[in-house]
Unconditional design. Structure first.
Length: 326
């Protein structure tokens, strides 16, 4: 010990090495908004159109519960049955990776499919972790003088802005909600339908039958094979209005002659207000191994870079506060 104390330069060097190592470890330490303390949970959501809650519980939820409760590592299974919807949550013990738990559930579902009623839709498997908590919510509003409404803002947020944010390291998903979703509305006139002896179902069938894009086969040639596709998708209201609806006797009538066809908005299912103004929200979710302290500043930088090319303004709401965890 005395020999070591006689070498102050060695002591200083070791001290500097430990300080540098501690500083590097602090910079690399994961920093999350919420530590991952929840047990791995997988939710199975199945839709059964037209079924009552009692039928859903007996014929759909119960067989899925019985099968999933037999999976190794399951702590408990809970469920909720409502009209047309069954939700079964499978909670695993600590030590099970969420990806492994989801794979176990996905493997067991086909084995119970034969016991389920006909007419159900394919089950959705959702992983419920602390990563599902948004690390940041962006409120996107139109810049004054841009002439955009919330529908136009949503189209920008759901395409170029979302693509930019998904390229940020640590961001696994960018969910867009709020604003109007543009669609083509066909408003049929009852008197015109009755005059031509048609119903709404006849017009809907003509639209579905004509507005399609389906494969038509293959052509084999000496220099290769060529894929044939029937492309007949209407790009806008004018093309949809020109679709012919067959009448009795072999005649036809255009959809536009039966009512109005034009751009409109789908029924609103979500609304958002940011900083006291109507806005479109972009919710950023981190990956399972993502860190909030790194993803949040990078997301803000990407938003600032995208502003010159977009007639929208963004602001964070609320401002996240990161807490460190190891």
């Amino acid at each position: 010990m005395e020999r070591l104390l006689r070498q102050p330069h060695a002591i200083l060097s070791l001290t500097l090495v430990f300080v540098l190592a501690g500083w590097l470890a602090y910079r690399a330490m994961p920093t999350l908004l919420f530590p991952d303390t929840a047990r791995p949970t997988v939710s199975v959501v199945t839709q059964w159109p037209g079924a009552a809650a009692s039928d859903v519980a007996t014929d759909l939820t119960h067989p899925i519960e019985v099968r999933l409760s037999a999976i190794d590592g399951v702590r408990r299974v809970t469920s909720t049955s409502r009209d047309e919807v069954s939700a079964v949550q499978v909670e695993f013990e600590f030590g099970n990776e969420i990806e492994t738990a989801a794979n176990k559930v996905s493997t067991e579902l086909p084995r119970v499919r034969g016991l389920l009623p006909a007419g159900i839709r394919d089950p959705l498997i959702l992983k419920i972790t602390d990563a599902a908590v948004p690390l940041m919510v962006l409120a996107v509003t139109p810049t004054p003088g841009s002439g955009l409404d919330l529908g136009g803002v949503r189209r920008i947020a759901a395409n170029p802005l979302r693509d930019t944010l998904l390229n940020v390291p640590g961001v696994a998903e960018a969910e867009v909600f709020g604003g109007d979703i543009r669609q083509v509305n066909v408003d049929l006139d009852r008197n015109r339908l009755e005059a031509h002896g048609l119903t709404v179902a006849d017009v809907a069938a003509a639209l579905a039958r004509t507005n399609v894009s389906i494969p038509a086969g293959l052509i084999h040639a000496r220099d290769g094979r060529f894929l044939l596709t029937t492309q007949n998708l209407a790009p806008g209201p004018a093309e949809l209005g020109a679709i012919l609806v067959p009448l009795e006797g072999g005649d036809h009538v255009r959809v536009a002659d039966l009512g109005g066809v034009g751009w409109g908005a789908a029924d609103a299912t979500a609304a958002y207000r940011g900083n006291g103004r109507p806005a479109v929200a972009v919710s950023l979710l981190r990956g399972e191994r993502g860190h909030a302290a790194r993803s949040s500043p990078r997301s803000s930088t990407s938003c600032r870079r995208s502003r010159p090319a977009s007639p929208c303004s963004t602001s964070r709401w609320p401002t996240p506060r990161a807490g460190s965890s190891t």
